[in-house]
Design a binder for this molecule. Structure first.
Ligand code: KE4
Length: 426
């Protein structure tokens, strides 16, 4: 790939940082290429270190729903910065953000702000364990919930057996508090709850999966989980770090009409600055310190700059925006599918709203076993060709691309042309 400046910057970065990056997926290892070092971004575009302009679908992995450097977000952060960048004390703006989140997510009666999705998930599951007095948690294969030790876990041998570490440095004793189940499989959950429901504090899932590529819940799946968890006293935790404010203003719980007990938020809530949050039923969240015995804290939680960016972003999440995002997502899916059909290539495009994934050389994906059949080599060739065509797509088959409100006719038609040409490489 042609960006010699990024190549040089990458070599230098690798001298000082593992993989030359601050988060592994950015290293482009999954597509066998080197990353684009970004100079700046505006609207739907990223500008690489060598000045090349790309239509961007990484969108910082979800947060940039309004597009990059939105004037109102920039102005809000600038104004906040002039008033001090961090106080370590409460502000009225945190209360305003809490009220805005509640208005969009009525299930979140009480909320705690943190600084990342990982922290949001850790807080939610700690309070779930503290509230129920139970130790075990359940996650789904192919779902990702950030870096907590007990969630870096892969499926055990049998369905109802404990997980095994999926990362070095995670003790089996900790991985053993997590049970991994297939996604979109109610029967497996029903059998597990019949066998061990009384030991399980919570099940956490991505209500629309984005971390094995975009995989929607099958009809009845979320409803079934709601019923099963209520019956067994297991808390239902929606990890809406990616889907929150993305698949609807009120996230997947609005789109599918399911009320979880706890919700984890991140990404869009901070408008590109570090904000995460967890919240839910008041009787659960009152257990969080200092009201209750479940301890969780953070120096930069509720940071005034991050809260200002989040408020400026959420203020613009109106019905017209979601209509535009839905139309743009549907247009890309239709054009990708038509191009692939004309080229005789097997590309399965899966989409919910403005998050979408093209799976290569495999059929529909409902769970990890299906996703694992995708042709990641073909994805890598396609990704490189898209870069050559001026499109910066998430550099891994098992991620979702994100359309922003700034993706206009020029950006979308450039994307369609690049996709058409990139199919040659598949
Ligand atoms: P962070 O700690 O990265 O803010 O959030 C973790 C997280 C939790 N839950 C879901 C559903 C998530 O998608 C994430 C983070 N998503 C990845 C990309 N799929 C972030 C990109 C990265 O790891 O660099």
């Amino acid at each position: 790939m042609g960006d010699e400046v990024s190549k040089e910057l990458f070599e230098k970065a690798k001298r000082w940082m593992p993989g030359g990056v601050s988060s592994p997926v950015r290293a482009f290892k999954a597509v066998g290429d080197h990353p684009i070092f970004v100079d700046r971004a505006e609207g739907p575009y990223l500008y690489g270190a060598d000045g090349t302009r790309y239509v961007d679908y990484v969108g910082s992995w979800g947060p940039m729903i309004l597009g990059h450097a939105h004037p109102e977000v920039v102005a809000a952060v600038q104004a906040a910065a002039a008033r001090g960048s961090s106080y370590g004390a409460p502000t009225a703006q945190e209360t305003e953000l809490a009220e805005r989140v509640h208005a969009l997510f009525p299930s979140i009666q009480l909320i705690r702000f943190v600084s990342s999705g990982t922290e949001a998930v850790m807080g939610a599951l700690r309070v779930a364990r503290g509230f129920t007095g139970r130790d075990l948690v359940v996650k789904c294969e192919g779902n990702y919930h950030g870096g907590a030790d007990y969630l870096l876990v892969k499926a055990g041998s049998g369905l109802a057996t404990f997980g095994h570490p999926s990362s070095a440095g995670v003790p089996q004793a900790i991985a053993g508090t997590t049970i991994v189940q297939p996604y979109n499989d109610l029967a497996a959950i029903e059998a597990l709850f019949e066998a061990r429901g009384g030991e399980i504090a919570a099940i956490i899932l991505e209500p629309v999966a984005g971390n094995m590529g975009c995989v929607p819940p099958e009809p009845g799946y979320l409803e079934g989980l709601r019923e099963l968890t209520a019956r067994h006293g297991v808390l239902l935790v929606f990890d809406e770090v990616m889907t929150g404010f993305r698949v609807a203003a009120g996230g997947a719980q609005e789109r599918y009409g399911i009320t979880p007990d706890l919700t984890c938020l991140g990404k869009i809530i901070g408008g590109g600055l570090p904000v995460g949050a967890y919240g839910g039923r008041e009787e659960i969240m009152r257990r969080v310190a200092p009201d209750g015995p479940v301890y969780q804290a953070g120096t930069l939680s509720g940071n005034p700059l991050a809260v200002a960016a989040g408020l400026a972003t959420l203020r613009r999440l109106d019905a017209a925006l979601y209509e535009r995002l839905e139309a743009a997502g549907a247009r890309l899916q239709a054009s990708f599918e038509a191009s692939a059909d004309r080229a005789g290539k097997q590309v399965t495009v899966q989409r919910v709203g403005s998050m979408l994934t093209p799976f290569f050389n495999c059929g529909p994906v409902a769970r990890w076993d299906d996703a694992a059949k995708a042709d990641t080599e073909a994805f890598g060739r396609w990704h490189a060709a898209m870069l050559e065509g001026g499109v910066h797509w998430p550099p891994a088959q098992y991620e979702a691309g994100f359309v922003s409100a700034a993706h206009d006719e020029e950006a979308l038609s450039a994307t369609e042309a690049a996709f058409e040409a990139a199919l040659e490489a598949v």
